[in-house]
Design a protein around this ligand. Structure first.
Ligand code: ZN
Length: 381
């Protein structure tokens, strides 16, 4: 283990380099500038490793996300850095884009990612994206639903939420999954809560132990597992997002007070105000990430628990050639075999739609035309 000379003091928090054949973990801390707790947590973990001379068997890197925004404690300067990962390069190079802070930050992070994955296989690098929320929250994990992401997430005593990528444009996690690598998001608690820093430290220690970079019997790892387990009532459960309330730029949106993340809600209760109109719940389910800050376009989400039977079934089914099986159904055809994209006739296949496609790992939906929808499979085999 050696501490590498820092290339850029403000981008790298720590960089421990292992052997070529060992596992690599990269943590992105503070991709949102008003979420500094993971940065502080990473600084403390890295300091502890050095002062206690803890052996790291692998490559362990912590970087700052949106540096300029972190310096002013704002979510972003010009654009949300977690929504621009699929912007077409050719559009990026216009004159105006040179002025956009987040495109420059993205380029720097991207070159770090590209260096890391160069000549690596899928399971040799894992990316972690660390966040906090505007409302009080127990810590939880978010992933794109692939079997290999699930395998990583299952090792933590935390709830895991699937499907955010269907509702967000251009998040980092989806971009990394598209590159064919595993990526796990962690939400450590509320932005300003000092406990969030402790949760991030626990998550980092546990990740290092889960992936074999440190001794799992270290006191830090034991404490980390206990503290996260004590916080999460939904440990080891999986949820999927079924609805997103989108806040439009011209909207004046105000969430009603008192909603916590993962809280059960009933039908017909008032949830928020939008332009003086009440938004009434249509769901007997759980509310997820209610918006209590001025910036952001996700008002709230609705989630539901996925029974473990379905998790097992879908894992089983995904081993087989699903695409050709699904094309036996009416209104379903292969659109792009290599990219695992199916095209579905909206009129014929109404009954199957989301639930069946989710089960088989087709989570990303694109409306192709009035009559056709494309479903893209997450696993790239
Ligand atoms: Zn965030």
């Amino acid at each position: 283990m050696e501490e590498i000379e820092k290339v850029d003091l403000s981008r790298y928090i720590c960089h421990f380099k292992g052997n070529k054949d060992q596992q690599t973990l990269l943590f992105v801390c503070g991709i949102h500038g008003n979420e500094p707790m993971s940065v502080l947590a990473m600084e403390e973990v890295s300091k502890e490793i050095k002062t206690q001379n803890i052996r790291i068997n692998g490559t362990f890197i912590g970087i700052r996300g949106n540096i300029k925004a972190l310096n002013v404690n704002e979510r972003y300067i010009d654009y949300d850095l977690n929504r621009i990962w699929f912007i077409d390069k050719s559009n990026e190079k216009s004159e105006a884009s040179e002025q956009i802070n987040e495109l420059a930050e993205k380029d720097e992070i991207l070159s770090i990612i590209n260096d890391l994955i160069h000549d690596k296989k899928q399971n040799e690098v894992i990316f972690f994206d660390l966040h906090t929320t505007s409302s009080p929250s127990v810590p939880f994990i978010t992933i794109n639903d692939t079997i290999s992401n699930r395998t990583i997430a299952k090792k933590y005593p935390l709830a895991t939420v699937f499907g955010i990528e269907e509702f967000l444009n251009g998040p980092l996690l989806s971009y990394i999954n598209e590159l064919g690598f595993n990526a796990v998001g962690f939400e450590g608690g509320q932005h300003i809560d000092p406990n969030s820093k402790e949760n991030h430290k626990a998550f980092i220690w546990l990740s290092l132990a889960n992936e074999g970079l440190i001794d799992p019997d270290l006191i830090q790892v034991k404490k980390a597992r206990e503290s996260l387990k004590a916080l999460s009532k939904d440990a080891y459960k999986f949820f999927e997002i079924t609805y997103r309330y989108e806040v439009l730029p011209q909207d004046h949106f105000k969430m009603n007070k008192g909603f916590n993340n993962f809280q059960s809600i009933k039908k017909n209760i008032p949830l928020a105000l939008s332009n003086e109109n009440e938004i009434i719940s249509k769901w007997n389910n759980r509310i997820f990430m209610p918006l209590y800050q001025s910036k952001g376009d996700d008002g709230f989400f609705i989630i539901r628990r996925i029974p473990s039977f379905f998790l097992g079934l879908s894992k089983f089914l995904r081993r087989y050639n699903i695409e050709s099986f699904l094309t036996l159904l009416p209104g379903v055809a292969i659109f792009d075999k290599k990219k695992h994209i199916l095209v579905v006739n909206n009129n014929v296949a109404r009954l199957l739609r989301n639930e069946i496609f989710h089960l088989f790992g087709f989570r990303q939906k694109i409306r192709h035309s009035k009559d056709l929808t494309l479903y893209i499979r997450r696993e790239k085999q």
